[in-house]
Design a protein around this ligand. Structure first.
Ligand SMILES: *[C@@H]1O[C@H](CO)[C@@H](O)[C@H](O)[C@H]1NC(C)=O
Length: 348
């Protein structure tokens, strides 16, 4: 009995040993035959599959963008869109034109603004980097157009140029501030009407240094790529605070205002940037940024969605209102920024 069991155990051990041996032997043969490249190849295939799955998950969650599907019509309404010659602004203009609105393309470059669209789309020169140009635009617009129903402050600048006021501060905030204030009476006369300002989630790392604004008429110093990006985030924080304060000043007028993050969108915003900057941006954009059509959705939502009037002054992303960091809803900072902006734009 004892001997029999011993014998069985012995057999089992031998068989396991044999199997282990044969496995080793086979893999050894394979290795000898094909070299290590087969294993390397397997490894690469598995890594690529994992990366692919990870990317798909990212695409379906973080990068997913809801669509604005309402078929709101805008016949008889007039919309101004700044920076409407390229990217999100252009796509927004085309969408609103299809809904029947009269579209004023407010941008620097007539050639780029040509859309071959019908009589419903009009180009009016506006260079947001020049306060004089903003004033001329407003004057010209108020003289020639009877209505204003929606103002979309869309233009965004992230370039190395500087001219008087810091360029990024001047275009992204001060120019739009002055434009909006000059058009407020017309917006009130056409109420219910809206002011939609395109900001960016980048505001989260922005801040506002009033001492720097007073000393240099800019949000910060330096012109490296990194400080440029910083200036951009500061200016996007200004957009949200501007909307926050504007909503208070517009209470009871039926003019409402909203700021928004369009999503990480492949646009030409870096088109004036240098080569190094482009080499960094291009691959990141290709992988993790959405198409322009996605970038239009939250702007459309803020401009057209019915029943969001009680959310005037708030910040939106992915077609929904979002909580913002404390610094982006600070009453005192918003008020101070408004007063400083009045002074810098020559209103006060
Ligand atoms: C705002 O809209 C409401 C509802 O349409 C209207 O009753 C009210 O008179 C409007 N207020 C102003 C200041 O236009």
């Amino acid at each position: 009995m004892q001997t029999h069991e011993n014998q069985l155990t012995q057999e089992r051990v031998e068989s396991v040993q044999y199997r282990t041996f044969s496995l080793l032997h086979v893999s050894d043969l394979r290795r000898r035959k094909c070299g290590y490249s087969t294993m390397m190849f397997d490894f690469l295939i598995i890594s690529a599959a994992l990366l692919g799955i990870g990317y798909a998950v990212l695409w379906l969650t973080v990068l997913k963008m809801p669509r604005f599907k309402r078929s709101v019509k805008l016949n008889g309404k007039t919309v101004i869109i700044t920076g409407s010659n390229t990217g999100i602004g252009r796509a927004t203009a085309l969408d609103l034109a299809k809904r029947g609105a009269r579209i004023i393309l407010a941008c620097r470059d007539k050639q780029r603004a040509e859309m071959g669209a019908g009589a419903g789309i009009v180009y009016m020169h506006l260079d947001l980097a020049s306060l004089q140009s903003v004033r001329s635009f407003a004057e010209n617009f108020l003289k020639t157009e009877p209505r204003l129903d929606i103002l979309i402050n869309n233009a965004g600048e992230i370039s190395f140029f500087s001219d008087g006021l810091g360029m990024i501060f001047g275009v992204n905030h001060i120019g739009h501030f002055l434009l909006t204030v000059l058009l407020l009476d017309r917006l009130k006369a056409c109420a219910p009407s809206r002011v939609v300002t395109v900001s960016s989630r980048g505001y989260e790392i922005g801040n506002i240094d009033f001492e720097c604004i007073n000393a240099h008429k800019d949000l910060g110093r330096g012109n490296s790529a990194l400080s440029l990006l910083r200036l951009y985030t500061h200016s996007k924080l200004c957009n949200i605070l501007f909307t926050h304060e504007l909503a208070k000043r517009l209470e009871g007028t039926n003019v409402t205002c909203y700021s928004l993050h369009p999503g990480a969108i492949r646009t030409e915003i870096g088109r004036h940037a240098n080569l190094l900057w482009k080499m960094v941006l291009t691959p990141i954009m290709a992988l993790f940024f959405r198409d322009v059509e996605s970038g239009v959705q939250t702007t459309l939502y803020c401009a057209l969605q019915e029943g969001i009037e009680h959310l005037s002054g708030r910040y939106f992303s992915k077609c929904a209102v979002q909580k913002v960091r404390a610094k982006a809803r600070d009453d005192a900072t918003a008020k101070k920024l408004w007063e400083v902006s009045e002074r810098l734009s020559g209103l006060a």
